[in-house]
Design a protein around this ligand. Structure first.
Ligand SMILES: Cc1ncc(COP(=O)(O)O)c(C=O)c1O
Length: 399
């Protein structure tokens, strides 16, 4: 299959990992060579309930038998999308209330940017250095990374940048600013948590100048940090929140939410300020609804903090300088990019799936399904420690 994969399917890198997937269940992916791989990545934080959770699969099957796509987004009332947005409203903190369902995280970001410009009547958007918000033109414009932006210019105008966690930069937010957009926890930059009430201070500054604060919850969202949304760990609420990844339980979805006062501006003047054919698709919404119900009615959120403790206890080794992050959004920091690469590739040979972060090359991602068991955590951490031991011995021999 890999030969055809490389020949016919457009590639994102010259060296894809290329596991040939046969099936997946719980915390494991089964490949066509008969191997079973423990998944510490969960589709890059997307498979919040593990692979093929029975409640998610049943919800998809039941909905698929009732109706599939019937109309473009926003015209007909369809129960899965209505129930999903209602349940979200019950779990959001005020003023967040109304949700627009999209097809992906990056489309949620595009919608959030448009909403902020439409509501404020201002153009300037402020993003953070080393942020990642997706890959469509608007989201890419928020990525202050020359190598990635250069071939695709001209990008969106009116974007400027601040340093995450840098309070003196808050003065750059002015009455010209439509919105500040930040990840609640910076992902690609190395799982950087906001410090010293940073998010609260950004929100205060936005309020002073009449700008909106958009928080990108696409990675921390949906229970991974011990709370439903990452920002709930920092005692504040944004004006607009962007959602995605873990929301769908393994199906493609995104969303942006705001107060009714802000959100309603997108449906008027011009009418259809943001439209999509498949956003809110009933099968996808049914999957997201089953996922959300399971996350909020089980002990998975609280358990993610206990599981974090177990990871921290087990991931102790001279080559690990730090375990960063919160809950099941963790990254281990390794002395060099080369050792991080070796750890990921050698763990793959031992049937443990790990992955890189986008910008912080010395980090190795650990974002397993929320449903991962203690035994599975012990099994995977055992492999990591064994691989690091091998790497250390090799280094000693070379030296
Ligand atoms: C923080 C963050 N924002 C936005 C996105 C984009 O989401 P999608 O890939 O669904 O477009 C991602 C994806 O990795 C992300 O991690």
């Amino acid at each position: 299959m890999n030969k055809d994969f490389l020949k016919y399917q457009a590639q994102t890198t010259p060296h894809p990992l290329g596991l040939e997937v046969e099936s997946a269940k719980g915390s494991y992916i089964f490949t066509t060579d008969g191997k079973k791989h423990l998944d510490f990545v969960a589709g890059v934080s997307a498979c919040s309930l593990g692979h093929c959770h029975p409640k998610v699969v049943n919800a998809i099957k039941e909905q698929a038998e009732k109706f599939l796509h019937v109309m473009v987004y926003g015209e007909y009332a369809q129960q899965p999308a209505v129930e999903l947005t209602k349940l979200l409203a019950e779990h959001f903190l005020k003023p967040l209330e109304k949700t627009y369902l999209t097809n992906s995280g990056t489309e949620a970001i595009e919608g959030a940017l448009k909403l902020a410009r439409r509501y404020t009547g201002r153009a300037e958007i402020i993003a953070a250095h080393q942020a990642y918000h997706g890959n469509t033109m608007g989201s890419l414009s928020l990525m202050d990374y020359e190598e990635r932006q250069k071939p695709f210019r001209p990008l969106l105008g009116g974007i400027s940048f601040i340093q995450f966690n840098q309070e003196k930069d808050l003065q750059k937010i002015t009455k010209k600013t439509a919105a500040v957009i930040l990840e609640s926890i910076q992902g690609g930059a190395g799982f950087i948590l906001p410090k010293n009430n940073y998010l609260k201070k950004v929100k205060q500054r936005c309020e002073e100048v009449g700008a909106l604060l958009i928080l990108d919850e696409i990675q921390p969202g949906f229970g991974r940090t011990g709370k439903l949304f990452g920002f709930q760990n920092f005692d504040m609420v944004p004006d607009i929140v962007a959602l995605g990844k873990g929301m769908g339980g393994g199906m493609p979805i995104g969303a942006f939410a705001a107060s009714a006062k802000v959100m309603d501006t997108l449906s008027d003047n011009p009418k259809m300020g943001h439209i999509t054919t498949f956003g809110g698709n009933p099968v996808i919404a049914a999957s997201a609804l089953a996922t959300l119900k399971e996350i909020v009615s089980s002990d998975l959120m609280a358990a993610s903090l206990e599981k974090e403790k177990l990871f921290r206890k087990l991931l102790v080794h001279p080559l690990i300088s730090e375990v960063r992050g919160i809950g099941l959004m963790l990254a281990i920091i390794i002395p060099s990019e080369e050792i991080a690469n070796q750890l990921i590739l050698k763990s793959k040979e031992k049937n443990l799936i790990l992955f890189w972060l986008l910008f912080e090359k010395k980090a190795v991602r650990i974002t397993p399904p929320l449903t991962i068991s203690e035994e599975e955590i012990k099994e995977g951490c055992g492999i990591i420690i064994d691989v690091l031991e091998d790497i250390m011995k090799q280094q000693e021999t070379v030296n």
